[in-house]
Design a protein around this ligand. Structure first.
Ligand code: GDP
Ligand code: IMO
Ligand code: MG
Length: 423
């Protein structure tokens, strides 16, 4: 029986999942996105060309790999069509794309509602990506969502009309402009016609692949500390980017899961509001942001930057049952003179490795740092862990020693090939 290897974010997103997925997909028969929507931005650099995917699985660049958008994903059809068109313009046929019939559709009223809710939260705003993600998942669970299978059916017009009219009542209540029913329905019927040919029963497709011993890789979006259950609520996204979301977002049981790779950066970053224990809201954070080009792939917002937090990483390892780590941006952190690594928290005068997303607890914790020598030098072309400079090896060894999960991938640059695969 073949297994599904999984790639998940361990922190607040943007750890470089796209690059790891791209690598794993090369050898896989299929790659599948299981949760989130176009709040994600996954970057892959190939031969100096940069691809940023929001909805299409990062495995798409490998033409022989089926790229599936799973049932747990919420799809903005306009954004998906744009991505398909961009790929076609770049010479890709996109014949290897498949969309689950059970995924949900983001409608314009979801985006409008996302913005309205942020406005109403005022000083307590979450800092969402304003892509309609939360409202779309809310409708899914409230059972008024629009599934892809309905989107491409004759039922769509009536469902959409009803939904828009209901939402318009809410917009009117808050003095907001209404959404035009007729033009929206007409536009979205066009989108449905465009996307129809990509729609499949993804559950059946996945199991057919598994039963024929095909290799599948699952692409997580967002990350552990953004998880609706295990993240820093309410400063989270509206799905489960952790391991459970892989099963519910694709329709496979735990027995099919093989390796679970947790992706992290050799430092850390976050977009949006909420607690961030190792944030460096100072010159160091500014320097990391510049060295790592830490500006959002989706919203272009400058990312908050800081040191790697092993207490949080250990939590991610526990929640997801990580079997391996993928550490990116080792080159970036190696440009600093000194690197700090959070190895524990101090709570009530005691050293602890306990992480909790409870803000009262975190507010009473102070990170304990160990300092490492930076200046790793040029890492380009290095293909074996043992060939890394001593300072880099010491830093990586310490991470592995504390978290007790083996390092399987080491990112030494942004390009697809800038990676050490640890045997
Ligand atoms: P994702 O959302 O987890 O896929 O990550 P993003 O694509 O949003 O952000 C990761 C950024 O880091 C992208 O700009 C990547 O090109 C870049 N990147 C990934 N790995 C490395 C690495 O090892 N070194 C450097 N310098 N850049 C990297
Ligand atoms: P990838 O897959 C970083 C953050 C937003 C905000 C919070 C809620 O590229 O790692 P949402 O729009 O989801 O309701 O916003 O979650 N967020 C991300 N931050 N990377 C992402 O995805 C993110 N997806 C959502 O910034 O704080
Ligand atoms: Mg990203």
């Amino acid at each position: 029986m073949s297994k599904v290897n999984v790639v998940l974010g361990t922190f607040y997103g943007d750890e470089g999942k796209g690059k790891i997925i791209d690598y794993l997909s090369e050898k896989a028969d299929a790659s599948i996105r299981c949760s989130g929507g176009n709040n994600a931005g996954h970057t892959i650099n190939v031969d100096g060309k940069k691809y940023a995917f929001h909805l299409i699985p990062s495995g798409i660049l490998n033409r022989d790999t089926k790229a599936i958008i799973g049932n747990g994903v919420v799809i903005d059809p306009k954004v998906l069509i744009q991505e398909i068109e961009e790929l076609k313009a770049g010479g890709y046929t996109v014949d290897n794309l498949y969309i689950s019939d059970k995924a949900h559709i983001i409608m314009p009223y979801h985006v409008m509602m996302d913005k309205l809710q942020e406005e109403l939260r005022a000083k307590n705003k979450i800092g969402t990506t304003a892509r309609g993600i939360g409202p779309c998942y809310s409708d899914k669970f409230e059972r008024s969502g629009i599934r892809v299978e309905d989107f491409i059916s004759d039922k769509f017009e009536e469902i959409a009309r009803n939904n828009i009219e209901k939402k318009n009542k809410i917009f009117a209540m808050y003095g907001k402009e209404k959404l035009d029913v007729e033009s929206t329905v007409a536009q979205y019927k066009e989108y449905a016609n465009y996307l129809r040919k990509y729609v499949v029963d993804s559950v059946d497709m996945l199991h057919e692949l598994l039963e024929s011993d095909k290799d599948i890789v699952c692409e997580g979006a967002q990350a552990t500390l953004l998880d609706i259950d295990f993240g820093n609520y309410p400063f989270v996204t509206s799905s489960n980017p952790t391991i459970g979301g892989v099963c519910t977002g694709t329709g496979i049981g735990p027995k099919y899961i093989g390796e679970v790779y947790g992706v992290l950066k050799a430092y850390s970053s976050k977009v949006g509001e909420g607690m961030y224990m190792t944030e460096q809201d100072n010159e160091t954070g500014d320097l990391i942001r510049e060295l790592g080009h830490e500006y959002g792939t989706t919203t272009k917002r400058p990312r908050r930057c800081g040191w790697l937090d092993l207490v949080a990483l250990k939590y991610a390892a526990r929640i997801n049952g990580l079997t391996g780590l993928a550490i990116n941006h080792v080159d970036t952190v190696g440009k600093l003179d000194k690197i700090k690594l959070c190895v524990a928290y101090e709570y009530d005068g005691e050293k602890t490795m306990r992480f909790s997303t409870n803000n009262d607890y975190l507010n009473k914790c102070t990170p304990i740092y160990e300092e490492f020598e930076g200046n790793f030098g040029d890492l380009s072309g290095i293909k074996r862990r043992e060939d890394l400079p001593e300072n880099a090896r010491k830093y990586l060894d310490r991470i592995e020693e504390i978290v007790k999960v083996p390092i399987k991938f080491i990112g030494t640059g942004a390009d697809r090939n800038d990676m050490i695969i640890v045997e």
